[in-house]
Design a protein around this ligand. Sequence first.
Ligand SMILES: O=C[C@H](O)COP(=O)(O)O
Length: 286
Amino acid sequence: MPRQFFVGGNFKMYVQHPPATPRYLNGLPFHNGSPLDLSTQDRTIDQNYRNGVAESITNIVKNLNAAKLDPNTEVVISPPTLYLTLTRSLADPKIGVAAQNVFDKPNGAFTGEISVEQLKDTKIDWVVIGHSERRVILKETDEFIARKVKSAIEGGLSVIFCIGETLEEREGGKTIEVVTRQLNAAAKELSKEQWAKVVIAYEPVWAIGTGKVATTEQAQEVHAAIREWLGKTIDAQAQDNVRIIYGGSVSEKNCRELATQPDVDGFLVGGASLKPAFVDIINARI
Ligand SMILES: O=C[C@H](O)COP(=O)(O)O
């Protein structure tokens, strides 16, 4: 059976439409691990904040509910934690909702964390784990991420498991080595059957939020290598069935060509998922 096309929308911590260039850390523009020149700051973020985050998320979800979406595409949106229940209550039941993070422990004194059970209790069925913004900025390790993937699946969640190399690693010819290391960490924790609950998101860090999308050839090459890894390390069923989606500056302009690649089973969209053009990306195959 062909793999169902999958499009995830990661709203990150954006308050509405993302700024053209930077994201912010400690009040400073921050971009893929490097501070940015303050003169590039896009001040629309401040204006958007005054619109109200709940209001903007409500509008995004209502637009999606009203849009004509490809019925063959699975759609999952991922708002900031505070807005998960609002999003779940508003979104059409056929649209999935994902948390952007979860902790690996089931219960206890872990200030600021959220558990798998708490997500399930609020009808959240998906979680994004291993995003490079958490790997790079918050220093999450392969092993910690793998434990979170395991806890999430054992608790009944499905996982969008993000992997990908930095620019330095790509330029050093280490892309496959890096994604293999990230995948191997998860393989140590998961049973073969548990891979059925995983969507792998290949997101080259140098393409995230930069406007620099991987070429179709670059994306296909890494996706094919991941699929080969699934066959060799997990089993033939995982190789055939696990969806491998691409993330990194996906837009309504580049999605159609990327979607023609045999091993690109969909997208994880950041900035563009907050814009009306997200519908075009969901409909990339029609
Ligand atoms: O989770 C989504 C990815 O980080 C891609 O973000 P982006 O589409 O803003 O480049």
